[in-house]
Structure formats: structure tokens, C-alpha cells
Design a protein around this ligand. Structure first.
Ligand SMILES: *[C@@H]1O[C@H](CO)[C@@H](O)[C@H](O)[C@H]1NC(C)=O
Ligand SMILES: *[C@@H]1O[C@H](CO)[C@@H](O)[C@H](O)[C@H]1NC(C)=O
Ligand SMILES: *[C@@H]1O[C@H](CO)[C@@H](O)[C@H](O)[C@H]1NC(C)=O
Ligand SMILES: *[C@@H]1O[C@H](CO)[C@@H](O)[C@H](O)[C@H]1NC(C)=O
Ligand SMILES: *[C@@H]1O[C@H](CO)[C@@H](O)[C@H](O)[C@H]1NC(C)=O
Ligand SMILES: *[C@@H]1O[C@H](CO)[C@@H](O)[C@H](O)[C@H]1NC(C)=O
Ligand SMILES: [Ca+2]
Length: 484
């Protein structure tokens, strides 16, 4: 396994490592990644879920209207930290660990279940959060065992306290105690609104208008996120840092209607390459932006943050890593701050065919997404589950059971072409009308496919469970990496 992954070991230098080199007069960065909110789950897209703090920042800042992420938590997090598409990171997040300044990671790390050594802090100065992909928000267990860390140590002291409240307290403390001679970089990777659907009563009470019980719970979870962002804003203001703070807000993948997140009117959901899976709510806010109160309709992808923060405009100070595998992202600062056209004209949304997953028998692992690419107005999808459209329950839609989604996964669309500019909800397949465009886009996918590194995905390791039982908590159990 080590050999296969050797090429990727050096790819992934996280932001924090490189900003150590230079720090004066750079903006403070608040990077907010919310887990799983869908296109129609934020106030600034017209949701009945109220997100006034988020909406205010969005409307005073720059809303990113054609912004894409990966269809899953882990791959988006990997692409965010490395500037590479998942086909160039082996779906594994590996960070080179070095000293760095003023970087804090709160909440979710993401890639864990598998034998990898990639546990935080990994380049962050501090880490407070968990390693798996969804846990009880009050007792902090995942599959029966505690998953909660302060730095590298398991913490058992917060039983019964709602996790997002704990992160906000921690963030406020970090900001208050921060030495202002170095700009803080705060990565708030929210645990909400990922399932299980749980929120304190005071938030649930605010959503009596939503009759569907689980959707009401989901709305309350999003409400907590909004309040959290308000509180963190106040913490920056209280320290006199807000005027120089750049806020990046992004969802990590589309909403999952089984867990009551919605993307209507977009088609599809989390784990799919339809717009509902990958076109995410996002905005940038900061007083240093030259344009404000605007909607940017240029193509931007989650891989773009890495070069945007580290290249020409050099918001963080420092340089990108010099790995052989080139960065896929573009520096889109001028597009966001000044409104110039995006240097990006295409986005590889993913390539994930079943034959690329040899030897994996667990159902979860055999859920492949197919392939999709967007070039200009046009988007080609190949071998994807035939996903449908789900309207929110509060607007008369249904909350589907898991079986509905399974049905769609076995019903495959072999090939479809959409003009997303004219048909953003992917209702009219125009592949027959444009065979030339189909040919071109297929060729692009095949070119990308030739550059793919071997997938690093491996089956779950039973030893993880053995160690969890022994420690009564999920803990790192095996070191397979020489990087540290
Ligand atoms: C935590 O909550 C889950 C339900 O989400 C429950 O099954 C589990 O027993 C609880 N664990 C502890 C340690 O309280
Ligand atoms: C902040 O950092 C600077 C530079 O390292 C140092 O001189 C100063 O003493 C620090 N201030 C506090 C309050 O720790
Ligand atoms: C925000 O701050 C208020 C006042 O301190 C507190 O009551 C509330 O719980 C905080 N919200 C979150 C989400 O942490
Ligand atoms: C932030 O900017 C506002 C308006 O430009 C100004 O009034 C205020 O003093 C600034 N705050 C700090 C802490 O610099
Ligand atoms: C996708 O599913 C819809 C029904 O939801 C059906 O009308 C359509 O024919 C299916 N497309 C393919 C290619 O199977
Ligand atoms: C796609 O739609 C846009 C906007 O309606 C239009 O300008 C463009 O010509 C269309 N492209 C194709 C290939 O049909
Ligand atoms: Ca997610």
C-alpha cells in the first residue's frame, strides 16, 4: 500500500504549512466549510430556513453562483487543501506536517475509517474536533465509540454538550487569545448539518412552520450554524480584526434528501455529479474586496482556493508546494475581488468508474459516481445514477426514504449532455443534437483519465475497531506513513 501511495505522499501541503514563511499585513482568514447543506438550504437562495447572519455576509460580499465542489465530504476536503482534483490525490488526504503559525482547525477532519496516518493537527497549530464522518452531536460517539480530540489527545469531558456550541466557544477563545502580530487562519469545518439530525430544543421551536419532523430538525441545525457564524464574527470584531478578515463560505457537497438536505430546483443530491450534488452555495466576504454586493457568474471550483490564497495575490504569504503533480486549481482572486472573467473555462467534476475499485465488496465502497465535466455552458455526464429532483417538504415535496435513492443508483444514465446556462436544472438532454460537443467533452474526460494516479482507497481495517474497543474511543491505531 505504501508503494502505491508514494506518489501522493508529498502532494498535499496544507495552507498552514506554507503561510509560516511570511505573515505581516496579510488578511485574517476565516474559512467556513459547512457539512452537507444543499443549494436550497440557505436563506440567500430563498430557503424558508432562516440564515440572517450568513445572508448578510453574502449580500455584502460576493456570491459565487457557478461554484462547484466534489460530491462527497472527503474528496472536497482533499481538493480544498491541495488544489488538486481527486483523480490527482488518490482520494487520500496526506499533509506534510511542519511548524506553522496561528492555524486552527475546528470540528471535522473527514477521512478516517481506513488505515491512514492522516490525523490532525498535521500542520495546524491546534485541532479540536473529530475524525470520522458523522457522530452523535450530543454524546460525540460514532458507531458506538467516542470520537473527540483536542490536538492528538482523546477528550472525554464534553458529554451531553451540543458539539457546534463547543466549537464556537473554542473559536471565540482562540480569537480572543490570539496574538495579533500574526494573522489568524481559522478553518471552521462545521459538524452541522450532517446527520444524525439533532438540535437543542430552543432551535427546534423556531421552526414550527415546518411540519415534517426531520426537516424541522435539519432547519434547526442550519439555524445553529447561522448563529455560530454570527458569534464568530463578533469574536473577530471584539478583537478588532474584522476589518481585515476575509471570509470564505462553502458547502462541501450537495444536500442529501434522505437526511433532509435539499437542492431544488437542481437535479440530484450528495454523492452524484448532477448539479444538486456538486453546485454548492458559496460566497466570499471581506472589506478588501473591490466589488461588493454582487453575484459572480463565472466558473469557480473548490480546488481554486489553494492557488487563490497562495499564488500571485498571495493572500496568505508563501508559495504553493512544488510537487510533480500539477495543481488543478486557478487563482480566481481577480474574478472574486474585481469581477474579471474567470481564468477557469472547464471543471472536471469527477472520474469514478466501477472498474477502478478492484476488490471492494462493501456496498458503501461500490457506490461510484461515474464521470462528468463542465466546459463553458456545456456539461457531459457518463455512467451516472439517474437522479431526480426533490422539492423540500415545506414547499410540498417529499422526504424520500433510502430505497428511493437506491432505485436511482441502479437506473444508470450512460450518457447525457446539458447546456447548463440554458438549462441549469438538467431537464433536456441535448446529446443527440450536439454529437460534436459530446465527442469533444468525452475526449477531455479521457485525457484527464490518463493523468489519474492509482486510487488510494482501501477497505476498512478491523484493527481500528479492536483499538476502539480497547480505548473506548476511536484512536489512531497504525502508522503506515514515513512522512511523519
Ligand atoms: C450516544 O447516542 C446514541 C444515539 O445517537 C446512542 O445510541 C448511544 O448509546 C449513546 N452513547 C452514549 C455513550 O451515551
Ligand atoms: C506577540 O508576538 C510578538 C512577535 O512574536 C511578540 O514580540 C509579543 O510579545 C507577542 N505578544 C503577546 C501578548 O504574546
Ligand atoms: C452564541 O452566543 C450566545 C451568547 O453568548 C450563546 O447563547 C449561543 O449559544 C451562541 N451560539 C452558538 C451556536 O454557539
Ligand atoms: C473598521 O472600519 C470602520 C469603518 O471603516 C472604522 O470605523 C473602524 O474604526 C475600523 N475598526 C478597526 C478596529 O480598525
Ligand atoms: C431517468 O428516470 C426518469 C424517471 O424519473 C425516466 O423518465 C428516464 O427515462 C430515465 N432516464 C434513463 C436514461 O434511464
Ligand atoms: C447554451 O445556452 C446559452 C444560453 O442560452 C447559449 O448562448 C449557447 O449558444 C448555448 N450553447 C449551445 C451549444 O447550444
Ligand atoms: Ca459533507
Amino acid at each position: 500500500m505504501n508503494l502505491e501511495l508514494a506518489t501522493t505522499t508529498f502532494v498535499l501541503v496544507n495552507f498552514c504549512v506554507v503561510i509560516a514563511t511570511e505573515t505581516a499585513t496579510k488578511p485574517h482568514i476565516l474559512l467556513i466549510l459547512v457539512d452537507d447543506p444543499g443549494w436550497s438550504d440557505v436563506g440567500f437562495h430563498g430557503s424558508k430556513i432562516r440564515t440572517p447572519n450568513v445572508d448578510k455576509l453574502a449580500s455584502d460580499g460576493v456570491i459565487l453562483d457557478k461554484y462547484y465542489v466534489q460530491p462527497y465530504c472527503t474528496t472536497t476536503r482533499g481538493s480544498l487543501m491541495t488544489g488538486r482534483y481527486p483523480i490527482h490525490t488518490a482520494n487520500m488526504v496526506r499533509y506534510i506536517s511542519q511548524e506553522s503559525v496561528a492555524c486552527s482547525l475546528l470540528s471535522k477532519w473527514g477521512p478516517y475509517r481506513r488505515p491512514t496516518p492522516d490525523t490532525p493537527p498535521r500542520g495546524f497549530d491546534s485541532f479540536f474536533g473529530f475524525l470520522n464522518y458523522g457522530r452523535d452531536h450530543f454524546n460525540h460517539t460514532h458507531n458506538g465509540f467516542l470520537d473527540f480530540f483536542r490536538g492528538e489527545e482523546v477528550t472525554r469531558e464534553y458529554h451531553g454538550q451540543y458539539a457546534t456550541h463547543l466549537y464556537v466557544k473554542e473559536a471565540s477563545r482562540i480569537i480572543a487569545e490570539h496574538n495579533s502580530s500574526t494573522p489568524p487562519f481559522l478553518y471552521m469545518a462545521f459538524e452541522n448539518v450532517h446527520d444524525p439530525i439533532q438540535a437543542p430544543d430552543e432551535y427546534l421551536r423556531k421552526y414550527k412552520i415546518i411540519k415534517h419532523k426531520e426537516r424541522r430538525g435539519y432547519a434547526a441545525m442550519m439555524d445553529v450554524v447561522d448563529e455560530a457564524i454570527g458569534n464568530i464574527t463578533e469574536a473577530f470584531e471584539g478583537k478588532g480584526l474584522w476589518n481585515d478578515t476575509l471570509v470564505i463560505f462553502s458547502s462541501d457537497n450537495g444536500g442529501d434528501p434522505v437526511n433532509r438536505g435539499y437542492n431544488y430546483p437542481l437535479r440530484g443530491y450528495k454523492r452524484t455529479l448532477w448539479e444538486g450534488g456538486v453546485r454548492a452555495p458559496a460566497f466570499v466576504y471581506g472589506k478588501m474586496l473591490k466589488q461588493k454586493g454582487v453575484i459572480v457568474k463565472e466558473l469557480i471550483h473548490v480546488t481554486d482556493w489553494y492557488p487563490t490564497l497562495l499564488s500571485s495575490t498571495n493572500l496568505l504569504g508563501g508559495t504553493m508546494d512544488s510537487n510533480d503533480i500539477p495543481v488543478d486549481g486557478f487563482d480566481v482572486w481577480d474574478t472574486i475581488a474585481k469581477g474579471v472573467p474567470s481564468p477557469r473555462t472547464e471543471i472536471l467534476l469527477n472520474i469514478d468508474f466501477p472498474e477502478k475499485r478492484p476488490g471492494l465488496l462493501l456496498t458503501y465502497d461500490t457506490w461510484y459516481t461515474g464521470a462528468a465535466i463542465r466546459v463553458g455552458d456545456m456539461k457531459l455526464l457518463m455512467h451516472v445514477p439517474n437522479a431526480t429532483w426533490y422539492q423540500t417538504p415545506e414547499d410540498g415535496g417529499i422526504a424520500p426514504p433510502m430505497e428511493d435513492i437506491w432505485d436511482q443508483k441502479t437506473n444508470i444514465v450512460e450518457l447525457a449532455l446539458f447546456n447548463i446556462s440554458a438549462d441549469p436544472t438538467e431537464r433536456h438532454d441535448v446529446s443527440r443534437r450536439h454529437p460534436d460537443i459530446v465527442r469533444q467533452l468525452k475526449a477531455r474526460i479521457h485525457e484527464y483519465q490518463k493523468t489519474a494516479v492509482p486510487p488510494g482507497i482501501v477497505p476498512d481495517d478491523i484493527m481500528a475497531l479492536v483499538f476502539a474497543m480497547k480505548n473506548k474511543a476511536w484512536v489512531p491505531w497504525r502508522n503506515t506513513c514515513n512522512a511523519r
